[in-house]
Design a binder for this molecule. Structure first.
Ligand code: 5GP
Ligand code: MG
Length: 180
């Protein structure tokens, strides 16, 4: 579908699935290389937005690993509220482990900074960040983004797991707000 309407807004295709998949495979190749000798790393997928990315990424990994999920919230509508709440907590021991955070998108970075703190407090040995999308012009934090499949300008996007007020997560392509 070239254009979609969600609630009151129209969106047009911005990144087709073929390009998304190609960039996920490139990230998977890096991970396969970097983690081949790491003992049982844990992928931590940030819900809801990263569910599709996490599922696709895992299919291309060839080393032993675990995956778990955490739910946080920072967004209301199309603007970041800046306030992060942990909704679903972690329930496995994290002390001494290597963790890779899987995010849908890093915008201001408030979410990953908060999650990073939670993981440090839980005694995680090594934390890396793997995001499908990065908005480099919005990101002003010091944490290194270790793996970013795609970089995009400061536009509001939906699809491939990302929502506009909970709609639009199921589309395989990524869409951008269309003001025309
Ligand atoms: P941050 O905390 O980095 O400002 O924002 C991170 C979270 O905000 C992301 O995990 C995502 O859920 C949401 N977010 C940021 N930018 C966008 C966007 O362009 N579209 C959508 N749908 N969500 C976004
Ligand atoms: Mg998210």
């Amino acid at each position: 579908m070239e254009r979609i309407k969600l609630h009151d807004k129209c969106f047009r295709v911005f990144i087709p699935y073929e390009k998304i998949e190609e960039s996920i495979k490139a990230v998977a190749r890096q991970l396969n290389d970097d983690y081949k000798e790491v003992e049982n790393p844990l992928f931590l997928s940030v819900l809801n937005g990263s569910f599709m990315f996490a599922a696709d990424l895992m299919k291309f990994l060839n080393f032993g690993c675990e995956i778990s999920f955490i739910k946080l919230s920072s967004y209301s509508g199309v603007e970041s509220t800046g306030e992060i709440k942990q909704i679903i907590g972690l329930n496995q021991p994290l002390k001494g482990r290597s963790v890779i955070i899987i995010e849908d998108i890093v915008d201001t970075g408030a979410t990953i900074v908060e999650l990073h703190k939670i993981l440090m407090n839980a005694g995680v040995k090594d934390i890396k960040i793997c995001t499908l999308l990065l908005k480099p012009d919005a990101y002003k934090k010091d944490l290194k983004i270790n793996y970013a499949a795609l970089q995009i300008p400061n536009d509001f996007i939906v699809g491939y797991g990302l929502d506009y007020n909970e709609l639009g997560r199921q589309y395989k392509d990524i869409y951008v707000l269309d003001n025309n």
